[in-house]
Design a protein around this ligand. Structure first.
Ligand SMILES: [Zn+2]
Length: 87
């Protein structure tokens, strides 16, 4: 089993390419909502989210509103803090 790459990070921002919204978690990490490379199962643009604190993420693309709600719900519950980065 191989890990599936769900997001490609933009080195300029540290956020996934295609990020359209960012949510702040309880632990001051960020949850990024971004346009997925795949469409939503029911058609239309697919969106995913990933938490940059605990690395939890959506398992499949959803319509934007669904993915946004799930990202916001995760941000409201996640207490992971961002990983330290080397200077
Ligand atoms: Zn999280």
């Amino acid at each position: 089993m191989t890990a599936k790459l769900i997001a490609v990070t933009d080195p300029a921002t540290g956020l996934p390419i295609g990020t359209t919204a960012v949510f702040l978690t309880l632990g001051s990490a960020l949850v990024a909502l971004f346009q997925a490379s795949e469409p939503a199962p029911a058609g239309g643009s697919g969106f995913r989210w990933i938490c940059l604190g605990c690395l939890d993420h959506s398992t499949y693309p959803d319509p934007r509103q669904t993915a946004r709600n799930n990202a916001n719900t995760h941000a409201a519950e996640c207490r992971a803090i961002p990983l330290p980065t080397a200077a």
